[in-house]
Design a binder for this molecule. Sequence first.
Ligand code: ZN
Length: 189
Amino acid sequence: MDFNSHADAIVRVAVGLVNELTPGERRGRAFPLPRELAAAAAEGLRTGYPNHREVTEGEAGELVEIAARLRRVFDAVATGDIDAAALQVNGLLEETRARPLLDRHDGEPWHLHFHGPGGTMAGDWAASCATGLAIVLGSEFHDRLGVCTAPHCDRVYVDVSRNGTRRFCGTACQNRVKTAAFRARGKVP
Ligand SMILES: [Zn+2]
């Protein structure tokens, strides 16, 4: 039984927004802020909601700012600073005035939304993502948010593995590190 599939999807959206809309490094290469911001924002949202509608340029601009603030939560958890992560999430929850409300649309059954009162689409997502991360931080799985540990990659992830041993944003970085370790061993005299 899974009481929280909606929360899981929201956390995936937070991961998607950070990975598509914050500059840094990805899989060994520089990752500048994308030129096609609206497309990148839609892709980020579709990480959790595959059928999410297209995003306007204005909405994408707002989502970029939200993504930067969500990244701080992942960064804080990755360095073991859960207190800083909690403060950051609380700040977002207060600002967006996130509140639970049952909603039913698009043929879905009743499910919880965490929108702020009458905000923009981006503001609603800020409230939802903050709530999703709050659910993670407030649980025994509070250390399951992470930043890729491969060289030259700072993309983020949520670790849903059984024993919580994930260290990379994806298999590409995992393989990169394995290959490097293999080569390094080959050079040992
Ligand atoms: Zn990575």
